[in-house]
Design a protein around this ligand. Structure first.
Ligand code: SF4
Length: 121
């Protein structure tokens, strides 16, 4: 089979054409580096994504704090994890690196804060 992938490993966003059968990749073209083939293989075997979103903050100078995952999770679990993140409310102050959810849904990735929010006066 042939399929075109857009590599998301770096900002180059190479369009990679891959020939494969099942999860075995026979050839790739269009990738500027070897990471492209690894990305295509990962996409076929176990596609993963990361999430960057925000969480409500009570008593802060801003109402939301940006958060992200520390490791990509299976693409099929994105909505489950978003539901867990949307249930959270933090209390100011919050600090970059604060863990909002450790090992979210047992997927081996933490949800951490990426923006300082000070306590409102
Ligand atoms: S193939 Fe390499 S250069 Fe191209 S987007 Fe992927 S990581 Fe970047």
């Amino acid at each position: 089979m042939k399929r075109t992938f857009t590599c998301i490993v770096c900002p180059n966003g190479c369009e990679i054409e891959a020939e494969y059968e099942g999860t075995e990749v026979f050839s790739v073209t269009g990738n500027l580096c070897p990471k492209g083939k690894a990305y295509v293989t990962q996409e076929l075997v176990d596609p993963r994504r990361t999430i960057a979103t925000s969480v409500r903050v009570e008593g802060g100078t801003l109402p939301l704090a940006s958060v992200r995952l520390t490791r990509p999770i299976p693409k099929a679990r994105i909505f489950d994890v978003m539901r867990e993140i949307n249930r959270q409310t933090l209390t100011a102050p919050v600090r970059i690196g604060d863990v909002v959810i450790r090992d979210v849904l047992g997927l081996g990735s933490d949800v951490i804060v990426t923006k300082h929010i000070e306590k409102a006066q």
